[in-house]
Design a protein around this ligand. Structure first.
Ligand code: A3P
Length: 335
């Protein structure tokens, strides 16, 4: 896995992080990646260190309005980043009746991968610089995080100027997407990682930012308690009815779109069919060493898990999903 391994496993070796890591439960993931269990979730050492930096440095108080996009890995992060940044780029219609795409402004997705437009706080922004200057970013600022709701800063949770959008996907497709994604970072010599072993880890919650259901339920409960603060979107609903979901997202972001025509333009310009064929997304490495830009766009469908799951895998994840979500009011239509 080369560069990914170096990026994931290394820290600054400061006494603080070294001491913390020495006290935490540890696991190996995909043969060579180190994971540590901190506050109920698994982290690469480098990401744990940047998470701590984020928690002591990030400020969402005061006059700056922030939007935080949040997700479990492989649940539609790239899509949500594209949509949110595109919507935030819209301008108010001259007659005041909503927001439109300003065709005089260059399409931000033509020159930037969605992960460059909206950076992941603990995986990018704070990874190489523990005290980044975020004050120059114009308000409203748009960030992303894979962190669980329980470890988000109180200032994010309590600020009335800060809103959260969480995207979720059914666990079956999430797992298959994660398996493909991690395989894409392996060398030909390493070959494909055994799906059975990856599945075992996923079901046990041992993967980056896992366990899956704790992550989902943290944001789900908050979206029930405070729907104006936390918007909860399902990947499958975006696939089924993108127009309706994009309209809702735009309104939540304070940029209600002026017409169905504008909505359709946003839907198409952020679609996987368009994005995966843009030069900017086809070549080169992403902001994460060892992961190509193109690996964030695969097929983007619902139900690909059926091409890989045995009946035992299906039953096991079905039962885990049922028992984990029982009484929560959340369910997945797993097609
Ligand atoms: P698949 O591997 O099932 O194709 P994340 O962005 O959280 O890393 O999730 C990646 C998954 O979202 C991949 O799923 C990828 O193909 C899909 N995806 C990326 N961009 C998308 C888009 N614009 N529309 C729909 N799905 C998209």
């Amino acid at each position: 896995m080369g560069d990914l391994k170096t990026l994931a496993n290394s820290t600054s070796n400061s006494p603080e992080i070294t001491s913390l890591l020495s006290q935490l439960p540890r696991a190996k993931w995909w043969e060579e990646l180190d994971l540590y269990l901190w506050e109920g979730a698994w982290y690469f050492p480098s990401v744990l260190e940047s998470t701590l930096a984020f928690r002591s440095h990030f400020d969402s108080s005061g006059t700056t309005a922030d939007f935080i996009l949040a997700s479990n890995p492989k649940t539609g992060t790239t899509w949500l980043k594209a949509l949110a940044s595109y919507i935030m780029n819209c301008t108010r219609n001259n007659d005041g009746g909503g927001y439109v795409i300003d065709e005089n402004v260059e399409d931000p997705l033509l020159k930037n991968h969605p992960h460059e437009l909206v950076k992941t706080l603990e995986c990018v922004t704070y990874l190489k610089n523990q005290t980044p200057d975020l004050s120059a970013i114009p308000s409203p600022r748009l960030f992303h995080t894979h962190l669980g709701y329980n470890v988000l800063l109180e200032s994010i949770k309590n600020s009335t100027d800060c809103k959260i959008v969480y995207v979720v996907r059914n666990p079956n497709d999430t797992f298959i997407s994660l398996w493909h994604f991690m395989n894409s970072a392996r060398t030909p010599e390493q070959g494909i990682f055994p799906i059975e072993e990856a599945f075992e880890n996923f079901c046990n919650g041992v993967y980056i930012f896992g366990p899956f259901f704790d992550h989902v339920l943290g944001y789900w409960k908050e979206s029930l308690n405070r729907p104006n603060k936390v918007m909860f979107i399902k990947y499958e609903e975006m696939k089924k009815n993108p127009r309706e979901q994009v309209k809702k997202l735009a309104s939540f972001l304070g940029r209600p779109l002026a017409s169905d025509e504008e909505v359709d333009k946003v839907v198409w310009r952020c679609s996987i069919d368009r994005l995966k064929n843009l030069e900017v997304n086809k070549y080169g490495m992403s902001l994460w060493d060892g992961l190509s830009k193109s690996s964030f766009f695969r097929i983007g469908t619902v139900g690909d898990w059926k091409n890989y799951f045995t009946s035992e895998m299906k039953e096991r994840l079905e039962e885990l999903t049922r028992s984990s979500l029982e009484g929560s009011g959340l369910n997945f239509e797993i097609l």
